[in-house]
Ligand binder design. Structure first.
Ligand code: EPU
Length: 418
């Protein structure tokens, strides 16, 4: 079992390049199944979620070639067979094979997806969307058979703007007959990225990035080359680290507008940064004051950044609060943060109150989920002494080369086998 070992309180100087977005590439790869020719995807991060999707593609008999940051996928000989539970439950995004295979073959045989246990994570909106397009669903013990004689466009209103349901309905509707309109659609940049990808193959999708998305079904999708957008959550995580430890630290290859909800909150706390077209630069840390944050769907403050923000708030003068509105169980990092010296109370698993400033000290801690694990890395970087983090698999599923990126700018961090 590997652990991450950090000796904290090192100044960080230099450049960190942001990688392609996990939550974008995990939709683009299953979407490639819909293509009738070959697709090339670049700026692909080297994370274990991508490895898990590659395994599913290989299981389905697709051809996939990975070199550096590029993936070439040819799905011409894909066999539409059952995706077994041991493959589907390796990650959340396996559910995108539902929309993609249903769209291509009008049938999919798959198990419930995996992913971090940060709440109940139902998929009722995905399934209701497939049904609206004409599919029949047979569900038993986590096993789903979703099939249709024919998929026909329809008007679909989402009870909540779910990222996964929006993408899955787009995938299923891309080759359906007629027009599908999704109302109250999610507006995250990952939705725009998947629509741009499918449109580059000949799909007819408009409105992505707004709450109303229209999909005119097409019969054929031709080959395409597509780049994954920069990872806004990775960028945000490093920006939080830079605010605490950056001395002439530059983050490059990011889209600043994608993390405006974070940059505005950090500025409110007192962080000074220079924001360029595709970079953010921090000259030095300063004294910060407490802020209140509520997680919301895009363009609000992302739930995926509230856990990495916690260590920053321990270093702010006075009281800060985080209200989590998306997931029911996203404060699992707090007990270990308290063990490291933080003063935090959590009410109803919904509101965390953080009182600062509290110095943090190194401890043996354990990641419980991806962003909670990233939060503990931030804690370790600012703590006095040595921190070891167990369950690194959660962190490595979503942060490309995190050890090397931090080491390169001066952190004392390594992956150790125990
Ligand atoms: N929801 C339902 N029914 C559904 C779908 C969602 O009730 O059928 C609820 C969820 O329970 C939740 C809310 O709607 O309360 C939002 O869920 P959403 O479907 O938007 O989340 P997701 O698509 O499962 C993606 C990211 C998450 C990120 C959320 C919110 C991927 C693979 N995952 O999940 O990322 O937190 O959107 O932005 O794209 C992460 O990267 O650490 C991560 C968890």
């Amino acid at each position: 079992m590997s652990k991450i070992r950090i000796e904290g309180r090192k100044e960080l100087t230099g450049t960190i390049e942001i990688s392609g977005a996990k939550n974008s590439v995990v939709a683009l790869i299953p979407a490639s199944i819909l293509c009738d020719e070959q697709v090339t995807i670049s700026n692909v991060p080297n994370i274990t979620d991508v490895d898990a999707l590659e395994e599913i593609l290989l299981h389905l008999n697709a051809k996939i070639a990975r070199t550096d940051n590029t993936v070439v996928i040819n799905s011409n000989n894909v066999e539409n067979k059952e995706i077994p539970e041991e493959l589907s439950n390796k990650l959340r995004a396996s559910y995108y094979f539902m929309g993609a295979l249903l769209g291509k073959f009008k049938k999919v045989d798959i198990y419930f997806p995996g992913g971090c246990v940060i709440g109940e994570r139902p998929i009722n909106l995905h399934l209701a969307g497939f049904e609206s397009l004409g599919a029949k669903i047979t569900e038993k013990d986590n096993h789903f058979i979703i099939e249709a004689e024919e998929l026909n466009g329809n008007n679909i209103y989402l009870d909540m703007p779910s990222v996964g349901a929006t993408i899955n309905i787009i995938l299923a509707a891309t080759k359906a007959k007629g027009k599908t309109i999704i109302e109250n659609a999610a507006q995250e940049p990952e939705i725009v990225n998947i629509a741009t990808f499918l449109n580059s193959m000949g799909a007819k999708i408009t409105g992505a990035g707004t709450s109303t998305i229209t999909i005119e079904g097409v019969d054929y999708l031709h080959s395409s080359f597509h780049e994954v957008i920069p990872d806004r959550i990775e960028a945000g995580t490093y920006l939080i680290i830079a605010s605490l430890l950056g001395h002439k630290l530059r983050l490059t290859n990011l889209i600043p507008s994608h993390i405006e909800s974070l940059t505005s909150k950090l500025k409110e706390a007192g962080v000074k940064m220079t924001i360029g077209k595709d970079y953010i630069y921090i000259k030095e840390p300063r004294n910060y004051k407490g802020i209140n944050v509520t997680t919301q769907v895009y363009p609000g403050f992302p739930t995926d950044l509230q856990q990495p923000l916690v260590p920053f708030l321990t270093q702010c003068e006075g009281e800060s609060t985080i209200e989590e509105t998306i997931w029911e169980n996203r404060f699992q990092n707090i007990p270990d943060t308290v063990k490291m010296g933080a003063n935090i109370t959590v009410e109803d698993n919904t509101i965390a109150t953080i009182k600062g400033i509290t110095p943090l000290h190194g401890s043996d801690v354990s990641a419980t989920d991806l962003r909670g694990g990233a939060s503990l890395v931030v804690c370790g970087l600012i703590a006095e002494g040595i921190t070891t983090i167990d369950n690194t698999k959660y962190i490595l599923r979503g942060y490309n080369n995190i050890i090397e990126k931090l080491k390169n700018v001066g952190a004392s961090i390594e992956l150790i086998d125990e």
